[in-house]
Design a binder for this molecule. Structure first.
Ligand code: ADP
Ligand code: MG
Length: 175
């Protein structure tokens, strides 16, 4: 596969840990200003994937679902904002200052991103997680690139493949 042409990659994660690890690869390669949108039914693994991203971003604190608080901010090598729109209607979005978050030097991960207004979901790495019928511990995960930023991130993750990767600054592999 020529990674330069890649706009979509499909993965089969056989365990919670494998989903975390793919998220970690995304976190390792994410740059400030990147948007990662996540879709999938309840329990599909969106929060698990973001926990992996946090690990890759060098976040040390515990990352939990922001379902009730809407947004969590985690300091790391790059700051991570973790947003969950499950309980929000589109007209409520301005109340949580989403424009400020998008403008921050941070990575933004959004669960239930289908509720983002189209104006905010332009350039992104889209993550779609789905259950695999008859396989409780497996998830089909599709990564799709939107725009140059999304493509850069997807290509970096695809190239890293299943090899151990280190943070851009060097050091021990984290995923
Ligand atoms: P969501 O945020 O999409 O509602 P969570 O990540 O909070 O989902 O929960 C996913 C649940 O499914 C966790 O309890 C996790 O351990 C379990 N699980 C089982 N197999 C997998 C897998 N392959 N990937 C992700 N989660 C999995
Ligand atoms: Mg969740």
């Amino acid at each position: 596969m020529d990674a330069k042409q890649t706009k979509e990659c499909s993965y089969l994660a056989l365990s919670t840990e494998e989903t975390r690890r793919l998220g970690c690869l995304v976190g390792v390669h994410a740059q400030p200003g990147d948007l990662v949108t996540l879709r999938g039914d309840l329990g599909a693994g969106k929060t698990t994937f973001v926990q992996g991203m946090a690990e890759g971003l060098g976040v040390e604190e515990l990352v939990t679902s922001p379902s009730f608080t809407l947004i969590h901010e985690h300091p790391g090598r790059v700051r991570l904002y973790h947003l969950d729109l499950y309980r929000l209607g589109p007209q409520e979005l301005p109340d949580i200052g989403i424009d400020d978050v998008m403008g921050a030097q941070a990575v933004l991960a959004v669960e239930w991103s289908e509720r983002l207004p189209p104006s905010l979901s332009g350039e992104a790495l889209e993550v779609e997680l789905a259950f695999v019928p008859g396989e409780d511990e497996s998830r089909r995960i599709i990564l799709r690139a939107r725009g140059p930023r999304g493509r850069r991130l997807l290509e970096a993750v695809a190239e890293a493949g299943s090899a151990g990767v280190s943070p851009a600054s060097g050091g021990e592999p984290v995923c």
